[in-house]
Write a protein that binds this ligand. Structure first.
Ligand SMILES: N[C@H](CCC[C@H](N)C(=O)O)C(=O)O
Length: 274
């Protein structure tokens, strides 16, 4: 079976995007497809797969988001920005759209050919200054949306001086912390010399650091604003894949950033079983 798809990335958080309004694959088929085609080298390789589908209520369309390991996540900030561009450029939506996600509906705006802006779901859970056993780390927990996408936020001042390998063991322990009933994505942040944020995110369902994480950026910005560690309404976050902007406007948080359509074509992986 040849599967028509776009390969897209937002700040190098990369995605396979398919139109399930046309393919009509079942949830089980989407999970199986994801686990096969997200594998690097064996197949296309990607952080996640997103299926654009019919909305269940009054949104323009529905985004079904699957991590590379096949687990479905509640939301994806970079993913929503990319699927919004896919929808606009394939005539499914106009320049402003409402997208149904597991975490709730989100509004998204096309700013220009590549820049998209999304209003991220309001937090439904927040627990600050949790002490992580066996360390002197205080970590903050936020779920964006309801049910929310779970994020831990940790201040790690020497982030610039260390490598991801140095913090991967800690990231894995935090990701799997048994105090969290659905685990979490793990965000390490530090401030740079311009008081902008450096961010590195270990993602649930990828089980590794990705080059960017949109809901991780918003979770971090949310914590910094709530703790009054940052005053301005526009927060620049430097991630390995580039830059993400988070805007707070009337208590709502918006994620703004670049998108890139890397490939348009067909997955014709000869080992693919659907
Ligand atoms: N990269 C995504 C986060 C995906 C969340 C997923 N890793 C999970 O929570 O299982 C983003 O840009 O928001």
């Amino acid at each position: 079976m040849e599967v028509p798809f776009y390969k897209m990335q937002g700040a190098a958080n990369d995605f396979i995007v398919i139109n399930n309004m046309k393919l009509r694959l079942s949830d089980e088929q989407l999970v199986s497809l994801t686990k096969q085609v997200c594998r690097q080298r064996f197949s296309v390789g990607s952080d996640a797969l997103m299926a654009l589908d019919f909305p269940q209520a009054n949104a323009d369309f529905r985004m079904k988001f699957y991590n590379a390991d096949g687990t479905e996540a509640e939301m994806c900030g970079n993913g929503v920005r990319c699927i919004a561009r896919f929808a606009y450029e394939t005539g499914i939506a106009k320049q402003q759209m409402t997208i149904e996600t597991k975490a709730g509906n989100v509004d998204c705006w096309r700013l220009d050919k590549r820049q998209y802006r999304v209003q991220i779901n309001e937090p439904s859970v927040e627990n600050f200054d949790l002490s992580f056993p066996g360390t002197d780390f205080l970590v903050d927990y936020v779920e964006l949306g309801d049910p929310g996408v779970p994020h831990l936020v940790i201040n790690y001042p020497q982030l610039k001086e260390i490598t991801l390998a140095d913090i991967k063991p800690l990231a894995k322990k935090l990701r799997l912390w048994d105090a969290l009933d659905k685990g979490a994505n793990v965000n390490f942040y530090a401030f740079d010399q311009n008081n902008e944020v450096i961010l590195r995110t270990f993602e649930r369902g990828v089980e590794d650091f990705t080059l960017a994480c949109g809901t991780g950026a918003v979770s971090t910005a949310y914590v910094l604003k709530k703790k009054q560690l940052i005053k301005n309404d526009f927060i620049t976050l430097h991630v390995l894949g580039g830059v993400l902007e988070v805007e707070e406007n009337k208590q709502h948080f918006y994620l703004i950033g670049d998108t890139n359509i890397v490939t348009k074509g067909y997955i014709c992986d000869e080992d693919l079983v659907i």
